[in-house]
Ligand binder design. Sequence first.
Ligand code: MG
Length: 256
Amino acid sequence: MQKVKIMNNKDIQNATTNYLKRNNYPHFDLKTVMFDMDGVLFDSMKNHARSWHDTMAHFGLNLPYEEAFMHEGRTAASTINIVSLRERGHEATEDEIKEIYAYKGMLFNQCPEAVRMPGAYQLLLNVKSSGLTPMVVTGSGQKSLLERLQTNFPGIFQKDLMVTAFDVRQGKPNPEPYLMGMRKAGNLQPNQSIVVENAPLGVQAAVASGCFTIAVNTGPLPDSALLDEGADILFPSMQALCDQWSSLFAILSTTP
Ligand code: MG
C-alpha cells in the first residue's frame, strides 16, 4: 500500500492558504467540526467491507474486500448495481436488491461490535476544548451505531446537531449531508466548519460543500484515493489527527 509522507506544519499551512485563496475567504471563522461516523468515529468499515464481500460471493458475484471501501457512502442499491452490471452485464432487479441487502444486513449484525476508533474520543474532547462544536454527519441509518454515539462519546454530541440517513434525500457524494450540517449549526458558511472524512465519496461530498476537508486514511486504500478527490490534508489515523490537533487548530485560527 502506497502512503504519502506525514504532513508537517508547513504542509498544513500551505493547504490552509490554498483553501482560503481558492474559495475567496480572508480567513477561517471556525464554529464546528463535522465528523463522518463509519471509519472515523467507529472502526466499523471492516465489518461493512467483509459483509459486502461475503454477501456478493453468496450470490455468485465478486466484490473484492478492498473495493468495498471505495464504495463506502453509496446507497446499497447503487453498490449492488455497480457490481451486478460489471459481473453479469445488467442491473439487479428490485427484488434481488432487497434480498442481497437483507443478507448483507444479516451478516453485518453477526460481526463483532465495532469499537471506537483509537484517538477519536480524545480528539472530540480536544475539539470541544478549542471552543468548537463537534457534529456527526453520516449517511448511515444503522441504529445500533447511531445509538452508541451517546454512550461511547459521552457529553460530546447534541442530538439536534446530527445529520443521519433519516435527514437527507441525497447521500454522499452529494454535498447535501454537509450542507444540512451547516444549516443545522445555524446557517454556517463553509469557512466556519471543517470536515473529517475517511472515504473517497465522503471527501467528494465535503469538498463539494465548500468546507476545508481533512482526510483520515483508516482503511486499506492508497492515500491517493482520498487526495485525488480533493482532500485538503491527510492524516494516517484518527490518533495522528488527535496528536496534531492543537497545532492544526492554531494554524487554521491564525492564517493568513
Ligand atoms: Mg466513513
